[in-house]
Design a protein around this ligand. Structure first.
Ligand code: PLP
Length: 431
């Protein structure tokens, strides 16, 4: 019915246009990639591999580019070790387009210098009308450093003991803030801090009150924290590090602060990351009162934290269309994930590989919303699959639990299921 498989061997031109092979051609040269494609096509014509596997076999014959592109089947939506948010196709296209000469700092109408990255800045300002002005730096930590340096060097930052966060890899916000020459004035206790605690510490030496969203942990039980609206009555600027980069509230994540609500509650300045829940490139977003933001962006340190034109292009594209892969992964329907995982199981079974579909719990990750469980489904395989999949091509990362390897499709692009299937089938069987 499908006829001779040799007729289904994909054509060379189509294969060379495929993104991963095209990327390999850009770094290794077209001739080398063409040779690998021809060899894989020949193997398919001899019936040694299926026509569907030609691309993967050609890729496997070429040296892997660095960094390696991996399949995130961990069920962790924002995995710091896997580069947090993957960019949307529109953002990727914008990065590629911006790689050459661009008008990043020039007004083409007047021929004069213009504010760097104004497309991204305008889009950010438009997305959060409550912000008087906005600025963008390299990452969330840089946004905090710039705020502390410009607004509190030689002065005090008043912060709750319950919000002195370690962000990861041994880096701690208190150390970061003190490295700017600001002094930390810790108030309250680990579990409880009241408005009176802040009020007693605020004085003429105060640079600002800092509110940090505990984005990677939760304290429950006998707790008290002071909301931004109450801190805003203290008569000093409130800087809120919301972490995740949600610009407006998301009903799926009710405890996750967003920039618009935080500014409306009275924060003078909000800082956030671009590559967490916003689903954009690594960047530090600063939104707030126009006079404060202006002080930040004219500060000498701002030049050292200046953001790359590729980042600005990706950020503008992300803001233009918030339907990012991160958003899709967060909001993926559990029923549809179950069906998709079932189809993968059936396809594997047809090739003699036995796997199960099991309920699983996905999480947002270090990028935000600790304690939020996302109902999910996973393909369950024996644990021995974990290492060959991780070291294979493409590397597939799953989660090991109770002697099983769980592959959660929530963060795997839908068009990568065939690639995942082929990767699982390449793991040698028992015996
Ligand atoms: C992630 C995070 C940071 C650090 O942001 P980066 O973009 O990783 O530099 C700072 N504060 C909070 C609350 C965070 O969640």
């Amino acid at each position: 019915m499908t006829g001779d498989p040799r007729r289904r061997v994909p054509r060379t031109d189509g294969l060379l246009a495929e993104p991963r092979l095209a990327a390999a051609a850009a770094t290794l040269g077209r001739d080398r990639v063409r040779a690998a494609v021809r060899a894989a096509q020949d193997r398919a014509r001899r019936g040694e591999i299926t026509p569907e596997d030609v691309r993967d076999v050609a890729l496997a014959a070429l040296p892997a580019p660095a960094p390696r592109v991996v399949l995130n089947a961990t069920g962790v939506v924002l995995h710091t070790n896997l580069g947090r948010a993957p960019l949307s196709p529109a953002a990727v296209a914008a990065v590629v387009a911006a790689a050459g000469h661009t008008d990043v700092e020039l007004d083409l109408r007047t021929g004069r210098r213009a504010r760097r990255g104004r497309d991204a800045l305008d889009a950010l300002a438009a997305a959060v009308p409550d912000a008087g002005a906005v600025h963008v730096v390299n990452n969330g930590a840089a946004a905090l450093v710039l705020a502390a340096t410009a607004l509190a060097t030689g002065r005090e930052i008043v912060v709750s003991r319950g919000e002195l966060v370690e962000i990861g890899d041994g880096f701690r916000l208190p150390d970061l803030l003190e490295s700017t020459g600001a002094r930390l004035r810790e108030v309250g206790t680990t579990n409880r801090t009241t408005l009176d605690d802040y009020a007693a510490a605020v004085g003429p030496g105060t640079g600002f009150v800092l509110k940090v969203h505990p984005s990677n942990f939760r304290i429950t039980g006998f707790t008290a924290a002071v909301p931004v609206a109450a801190l805003a009555t203290l008569g000093v600027p409130v800087v809120a590090d919301i972490g995740s980069g949600l610009l407006v509230a998301d009903p799926l994540l009710p405890d996750e602060p967003d920039a618009a609500s935080t500014l409306r509650a009275g924060a003078a300045l909000v800082t956030a990351s671009g590559d967490k829940l916003l689903g954009g490139p690594q960047a530090g977003l600063l939104l707030g009162a126009a006079d404060l933001v202006r002080r930040l962006h004219r500060h000498p340190l701002a030049r050292a934290l200046r953001v790359d034109k590729l980042t600005l292009a990706a950020l503008a594209a992300t803001l233009a269309d918030p339907a990012t892969p991160t958003r899709a992964a967060l909001h993926a329907d559990a029923g549809l994930l179950r069906e998709r995982t079932g189809r993968l199981r059936d396809a594997l079974a047809a090739d003699g590989c036995k796997a199960e579909v099991v309920p699983a719990v996905a999480v947002v990750g270090g990028g935000g919303a600790p304690g939020v469980d996302l109902d999910s489904w996973a393909l369950s395989l024996p644990e021995r699959y974990a290492e060959p999949l991780r070291t294979g091509d493409p590397p597939v990362l799953g989660r090991v639990a109770r002697g099983r390897l769980l592959l959660d499709l929530r963060c795997v692009p839908a068009d990568a299921d065939a690639t995942l299937r082929a990767a699982v089938l390449r793991v040698p069987g028992d015996g």
